[in-house]
Design a protein around this ligand. Structure first.
Ligand SMILES: C[S@@+](CC[C@H](N)C(=O)[O-])C[C@H]1O[C@@H](n2cnc3c(N)ncnc32)[C@H](O)[C@@H]1O
Length: 250
């Protein structure tokens, strides 16, 4: 039986200690591998929107996580997660939960929460609806598919500090944000919200590619506005700020 949010007597779906079968586990994509490196040793992981549950499986097989809760709002992903968890003999280490966001996750006392592969707005909403994550011992590993700026703005205005950032390069560049609650708020510039202050300070080739792609997006937006006789000042100043971040002159 699977636990569904709102069930009066929820029973964990998967609970049986299994053998570790690391060899036939598929290689993680750069995005997932990059996120997995940010998870702390001996953590108890909550993977929200788990889909295939690859990350909690990998982290348990690797021995980095002592256990996990893998959750998803939809039945299809929950079934996929259960199937994979059983396949790797981890049904006693990983509990599968069908729930919206972080509802019902607190009782598992996760140390490391992962929310990957969703839009920045949705990730922000999920965290906002779980004020129990305002706990300095909990680490949030977040990977917005879109609108990283909305997520960074939500975090930094609500007392969550961004403690690390990574870029994972596949056919596109994915931003991964590590945050935890400190109670401190920080004001970031628009370019820092879009691209990340820590990414900018690291200034590696992935960051330069990301910044260049953002400049192209802004240029296209500015061209559209120019054709419509609209004010371009905002795009122009943002392009200038991003160019200065990568040492380009306007
Ligand atoms: C694109 S998949 C990402 C899967 C995996 N986290 C990854 O990054 O590879 C997004 C998953 O989030 C789930 N999802 C969407 N909204 C959700 C919500 N409010 N709460 C929990 N899961 C959600 C979807 O059902 C889907 O399985």
């Amino acid at each position: 039986m699977r636990i569904k949010d709102g069930d009066s007597n929820p029973i964990p779906v998967c609970r049986s200690f299994g053998r570790k079968i690391m060899n036939d586990f598929p290689k993680l994509t750069p995005r997932l591998a990059c996120a997995s490196k940010l998870i702390r040793a001996s953590s108890f992981v909550a993977d929200i929107g788990t889909d295939h549950a690859y990350l909690p499986i990998y982290l348990c097989l690797e021995g980095k996580a002592r256990g996990a809760v893998a959750s998803d709002i939809n039945a299809g992903p929950v079934e996929r997660a259960e199937k994979n968890i059983n396949k790797y003999g981890l049904s006693d280490k990983i509990t599968v939960l069908q729930t919206d966001g972080l509802n019902g996750i607190q009782e598992y006392r996760p140390t490391d929460i992962m929310i990957l592969g969703m839009g920045g707005e949705l990730i922000s909403r999920i965290i906002e609806q779980a004020p129990w994550t305002k706990d300095e011992s909990i680490q949030l590993c977040l990977q917005p598919m879109t609108h990283a700026e909305i997520l960074r703005e939500f975090l930094t205005k609500n007392g969550y500090s961004i403690v690390d950032e990574r870029l994972a390069q596949e056919e596109k560049i994915y931003q991964i944000i590590l945050a935890k609650y400190t109670g401190l708020c920080e004001e970031l510039s628009e370019a820092q919200l879009l691209l990340g202050k820590i990414n900018a300070a690291r200034h590696d080739s992935a960051f330069i590619s990301l910044a260049k792609r953002q400049i192209e997006i802004l240029k296209r937006r500015a061209e559209g506005k120019k054709k419509a006789n609209e004010d371009l000042t905002h795009e122009q100043s943002l392009i200038a700020e991003i160019k200065s971040m990568i040492g380009e002159t306007t």
